[in-house]
Design a protein around this ligand. Structure first.
Ligand SMILES: NC(=O)c1ccc[n+]([C@@H]2O[C@H](COP(=O)([O-])OP(=O)(O)OC[C@H]3O[C@@H](n4cnc5c(N)ncnc54)[C@H](O)[C@@H]3O)[C@@H](O)[C@H]2O)c1
Length: 254
């Protein structure tokens, strides 16, 4: 029970394959109390059912492009949890499908800005609202990235640029908030079969290649990311901030 007494707000559950759901399960197993957000009515019922199975009835709508919705989530969390939040999980991203199909050089301005807004700026927007709820007792903020931020990965394109901005934000946020014992870290995951991943052209072939050649010679599953998030959420990682931790079976060293 690494996280007994801790309260975690989780953004990014769409269904049971979502990385955010695996993180929720690990956090719950270690004793954390959870709250969730969902994007859009289409997934509301499913997210409510998953939340209930994790003992939570705190489920709020939130499209991260909408400041009023973000404010409403944090107002409700502050009320429900008496002004204290210990863990924030940011596990969301979006890019229009054409950005994953076309050449990067053909990226459209509106798609590029939309991708960066949802996938990178949102971490800043959420962290700013979490700060007052974490300032007194400290806190842990965790986001999800991919090594397409550092390497030009086929088809990842604009999402790679968004992940580079996200990873840089992790460092800037960690530098500013460390004095309040608010830690900010990212997990860089290898390929996992989720809704978002399936929309990446060539994902299946890439996953196959990954499985055959990574140092551990096997696929990953979401629970491996979940358990790393539990470590980052807990006091066991109290000396770690501004860091990207790879959960990719060692793929990034090759
Ligand atoms: N699956 C992988 O292989 C992999 C690898 C490394 C990193 N990641 C990252 O993990 C994170 C979670 O993705 P996933 O693979 O679990 O897929 P997923 O499709 O289950 O989750 C993506 C989430 O983003 C949310 N989202 C998109 N636009 C939003 C908006 N405007 N407002 C609020 N929420 C929005 C969706 O509702 C969904 O819950 C993403 O940041 C992704 O880039 C995934």
């Amino acid at each position: 029970m690494l996280l007994e007494g801790k309260r975690a707000l989780i953004f990014g559950v769409a269904n049971k394959r979502s990385i955010a759901w695996a993180i929720a399960q690990s956090l719950r197993r270690e004793g954390a109390e959870l709250a969730f957000t969902y994007q859009g009515e289409r997934v509301e019922q499913g997210v409510r059912e998953l939340a209930a199975s994790a003992g939570s009835s705190l489920v709020f709508p939130c499209d991260v492009q909408d400041d009023a919705q973000i404010d409403a989530v944090f107002d409700q969390i502050a009320r429900a949890w008496n002004g204290r939040l210990d863990v924030l999980v940011h596990s969301l991203a979006y890019t229009p499908h054409e950005e994953l199909e076309n050449r990067y050089v053909d990226s459209k301005r509106e798609n590029w800005l939309l991708t960066l807004d949802i996938s990178a700026y949102s971490l800043v927007a959420l962290t700013r609202r979490a700060e007052p709820l974490m300032r007194e007792h400290g806190g842990s903020i965790i986001t999800m990235t991919y090594n397409g931020s550092q390497r030009a990965t086929p088809h990842y394109n604009t999402m790679g640029i968004a992940k580079a901005a996200l990873e840089s934000s992790v460092r800037y946020l960690a530098a500013e908030l460390g004095q309040y014992n608010i830690r900010v870290n990212a997990i860089s995951a290898g390929p996992l079969r989720t809704l978002a991943a399936r929309s990446i052209t060539g994902f299946a072939e890439m996953e196959e290649e990954f499985r055959k050649r990574n140092p551990l010679r096997r696929s990953l599953d979401q629970s491996e990311v979940g358990d790393t998030a539990a470590f980052l959420a807990s006091d066991w990682s109290r000396g770690t901030t501004g860091t990207i931790i790879f959960v990719d079976a060692g793929w990034h060293i090759l």
